[in-house]
Design a protein around this ligand. Structure first.
Ligand code: SF4
Length: 442
């Protein structure tokens, strides 16, 4: 590959989960540190980072078609961009991408992107590079201080996963579970608040698997860390995602009952309501143990909003087993939930399991599940009408004087009146819709 002109503009395109979005923001900060600026909307960028997700159906093939589109657009604009492939497909495919896509000059995994600036220098000098090393802690120590902070910020506290659900690639693409040191997290939380954050969402593939030693050398879990962060002056709200039922403990249930800054919202994936399917998924819990766990959270915090993840059409799932999932949904009454059709991932045990479900059956089950979930989300929003709550203002609305923010239950709320981004305002919820509520400023 011949030398190229150092890029002046960049574009980071992130796909998939909140962790990937967070990584995309950090890569953008690394490039900004090098004096490279975001490409204007609609303009071709000199450098494009495809921050990929392996959960997308036919994930790898989609990356190759994205690369093809970039090269074609670059040729038409008379300047071929420098292309970097990052994220979970980069980790899974590695050198294969270099072999199949000569236009790509950098392939970097989720644990190695702190080295992107060096890889870029080598790419400009004509050297193509792949880095799918897994030094998670080193990554965070090497990342620059956060720049652009909104009122609601993310803080990655844990990475990787040891659960090996049979349908999931994350343990292979993100590696084993690691917890960032307690001291680093408290320090970074202070910096986020100094930079303007009022709310911090703690992120991890298995965020409630976080463990660490506090400043007195005592062993702590997520609940202990949350109690420590609740002492940070200026921090008003704490959230966390994504948890695994098997890592939930009494301390987390107590924290929801006792820590005011911990928001009454719990995202706890379950995937299926049938025990045979849960076993085949290697989820290490049953439908009943999951329901009893939610009951304990509701006892500790009666107004808690519950959210879940679901997969329909897992190999071998019968109609009766799917109806167990619908029954679980009826029992819980989720405030929000995410649902997906099963799709085989290369290299995962479920991909070669017997009883792969036909697409039309999956489509039908997803539709019925989403109808039930949408019914319950609207019911939860309707039940909130008349309540007064605090809304964190995150951005302006459609017209002047209109603002948008989040309720404690992570509902989108819009209202009119005198406010500013970052304000915590009192509103009365006056009207509910399926995805948002109208509020009256008090
Ligand atoms: S808990 Fe299961 S679904 Fe979640 S990241 Fe780990 S292996 Fe994947």
């Amino acid at each position: 590959m011949q030398n190229t002109i150092p890029p002046k503009t960049y574009r980071v395109k992130s796909f998939g989960c909140q962790m990937n979005v967070y990584d995309g923001e950090r890569m953008a900060e690394l490039l900004a540190e090098k004096g490279i600026t975001p490409a204007p909307e609609g303009k071709e960028a000199d450098l494009v980072v495809l921050n990929t997700c392996h959960i997308r159906e036919k994930a790898a093939e989609k990356v190759y078609s994205d690369i093809g589109r970039l090269v074609k657009a670059g040729r038409e604009a008379g300047k071929e961009p420098l292309i970097a492939v990052a994220g979970c497909v980069a980790q899974a495919e590695g050198e294969e991408i270099m072999a199949r896509a000569p236009a790509v000059s950098m392939v970097v995994g989720p644990q190695a992107y702190h080295r992107l600036p060096d890889m870029l220098d080598r790419a400009v000098a004509g050297e193509r590079a792949t880095d799918t090393d897994m030094p998670p802690i080193a990554k965070f120590d090497a990342l620059p201080a956060r720049r652009k902070i909104g009122p609601a910020a993310f803080l990655t506290i844990q990475e990787g996963c040891d659960k090996f659900c049979t349908y999931c690639v994350v343990p292979y693409t993100r590696g084993a579970e690691i917890s960032r040191p307690y001291k680093d997290l408290v320090t970074e939380a202070h910096k986020l608040v100094e930079a303007g954050a009022k709310e911090i969402t703690l992120l991890g593939q298995n965020v409630n698997a976080w463990t660490g030693e506090d400043d007195k050398g005592r062993a702590q879990g997520l609940a202990g860390l949350i109690r420590a962060l609740a002492q940070v002056d200026g921090l008003a709200r704490i959230r966390y995602t994504t948890s695994h039922p098997a890592d939930m403990d009494d301390a987390m249930i107590a924290a929801h009952g006792e820590v005011d800054k911990l928001m009454p919202y719990l995202h706890l994936p379950v995937q299926s309501g049938n025990d045979r399917v849960l076993k085949a998924m290697n989820r290490s819990h049953t439908a009943d143990s999951y329901l009893r766990l939610l009951e304990r959270f509701r006892t500790a915090r009666p107004d808690i909003a519950l959210s879940g993840d679901f997969i329909v059409g897992f190999p071998g799932e019968t109609e009766a087993e799917f109806e167990d999932t619908l029954r679980l949904v009826d029992t819980v009454g989720y405030a929000q939930a995410y649902s997906f059709k099963y799709s085989p991932r290369p290299g995962t045990p479920a991909a070669t399991m017997d009883g792969q479900i036909a697409k039309d059956v999956m489509d039908d089950r997803l539709q019925r599940l989403q109808a039930a979930l949408n019914r319950d989300q609207l019911a939860f929003n309707n039940a909130s009408v008349g309540q007064r709550c605090t809304v964190l203002v995150e951005r302006t609305g459609k017209h002047a004087g209109q603002w948008l923010g989040k309720s404690p239950w992570l509902q989108s709320v819009w209202f009119e009146g005198k406010a500013a981004i970052g304000d915590l305002v009192e509103v009365e919820l006056v009207e509910a819709g399926p995805n948002s509520l109208a509020g009256r400023l008090i």
